[in-house]
Design a protein. Structure first.
Length: 245
């Protein structure tokens, strides 16, 4: 039980660290709109580097919490818990790494800009936008759906909190898809963002529901004891009172 409590606290802390790093990164990240991309990067090189490091911090935090949750979640649904690790831990983490790598490439190119480097930099910026706004959404929403479904079915947290997350996922995805169509509906992401912070505070303050964890522990123990006894069905002859075959 102590390990479950530590896991819940750590997940809450990682949520807060990841969100804080993401917000700070967005505030520091220089705007690369316009034609002279490398000139803007060169003028704000420090901000670009710090912003990229904050994105790495966010990516590590959000990827790590999936691994921390797995030992708890696997007792309720091992398939979905492993899926959560794959989508939010591995795939989403890779999105962060690739996006940050492109930022470092732009910083390196800005040190010695040339006429030929300008078009390449513009392509890299567009590719980075696709990575953040489109590719990163799929592993996030799929992994989050797995996570909140496990929480809901297992009652590890109050169901209203799990339902809030499940409702927020399609809204978040809708905002991302609307952005692909040129529509600005970023406010649809707010419900899930707020839910994650409420969930983080809840896990730090209260942890996972002890009764839900106890039910799983009791069930697992009963299954182990039953298997250890080697219970077998009697033969038909014995039931009928005759000699065994």
């Amino acid at each position: 039980m102590k390990s479950d409590r530590r896991a819940a606290t750590l997940i809450g802390v990682l949520y807060i660290i990841g969100t804080a790093a993401g917000v700070a990164s967005a505030l520091l990240s220089p705007s690369l709109a316009g034609g002279n991309v490398l000139g803007q990067v060169a003028a704000h090189r420090t901000e670009a580097i710090v912003s990229a490091l904050l994105v790495l911090t966010m990516g590590f935090s959000l990827s790590a919490l999936a691994a921390v949750f797995y030992p708890v979640g696997r007792r309720f649904n091992e398939t979905l818990s492993m899926g959560y690790v794959i989508f939010r831990g591995a795939l989403e983490g890779m999105v962060y790494i690739v996006g940050v790598y492109l930022t470092f490439v732009l910083v390196a190119m800005s040190a010695e800009p040339s006429a030929a480097a300008g078009p390449i930099a513009s392509v890299l910026v567009k590719a980075q936008g696709v990575i953040w706004d489109e590719l990163g959404v799929l592993p996030f929403v799929i992994g989050a759906a797995m996570f909140y479904w496990v929480l809901y079915r297992a009652r590890l947290v109050p169901r209203w909190l799990s339902v809030w997350g499940l409702v927020g996922i399609p809204l978040y995805a809708g905002a991302a898809f609307a952005n692909m169509a040129g529509l600005s509906l970023g406010w649809l992401m707010a419900p899930l963002a707020l839910q994650e912070m409420v969930l983080a505070v809840w896990l730090i303050a209260k942890g996972f529901d002890p009764e839900a964890l106890a039910r799983t522990a009791d069930g697992s123990e009963q299954a182990r004891v039953t298997a250890g006894r080697g219970i077998t069905l009697p033969r038909m002859g014995s039931v009928a009172g005759g000699d065994p075959a």
